[in-house]
Design a binder for this molecule. Sequence first.
Ligand code: PAF
Length: 299
Amino acid sequence: MAIQLVTTSAQLRTESARLLALKKGSSQGLVPTMGALHAGHAQLARTAVAQNDVVVVSIFVNPLQFGEAVDLDRYPRTLDADLALLEAEGVDLVFAPEVGEVYPDGEPMVRVTAGPLAGKWEGASRPGHFDGALTVVAKLLHYGMPGAGRGGVLPAYRAYFGQKDAQQLVLVRRMVADLNFPVEIVPVPIVRSADGLALSSRNRFLSEQERDAALVLSRALRLIEDQANAREPLDLESAQALVESQPLVQLDYFEVVDPLTLEPLAENCKYTPFRGQALALIAAKVGAVRLIDNVLLDS
Ligand code: PAF
């Protein structure tokens, strides 16, 4: 079936209900994106298509989560290529609203407050970012929610988020749990290029030299991951030094944190073997491009 593009929430509701009825479907998946799609997004869509009868991908560059207007203007818009990629993955519907559809009265007076976890790590360098991101995620989760089917039975509802934005994923899960959203949040692992670079819409802004330099992020994470897998103490300082030795890279943070509270753990595993679960988080500027990456440690 050819992919369909809708731009209003009313069309989305009508079309997703029609498709669910047509397919006699019992589940709907939503993949929220800001477009400029790459193989990481394709993986999100593929996972959603494998698990649901009807899949909606939203494409909306959310002004609320950008600090600087230039970043918002500079954000790549590639709708035709995005539609082709999603069609190839078997996505049913793309919801690509204008800003006025999502925020008809301008900036919303009432927003989601992401709380104390949002002040850490990414939030420390991007004040207000997670409030803006969670506000639009709340709206998108409402837009994408399937209505009751025949006999009043509610289809299963799942939403897909990449592990690459680890802090966003933690916060979305907290919002869904704390505010009782009737949706299952499904995390999807990071997709990397063959040399290890985590895929990101921002990679297109890297020069060839910067792209080479950026590989130090995944290399440093791998050092920590190998130590965790070997149940050795974690030598975060050496891994940080490796990143700092790369002149084109300006490290913002590199920490091992609790996967739920995002509190640093590295001091606890500096001299004793690492056991348990943790997230190693890294953020750095490579030239003018801010990149983030992470690995889940589980031993
Ligand atoms: O991760 C993203 O692309 C965005 O933050 C999201 C979840 C689509 C909200 O705008």
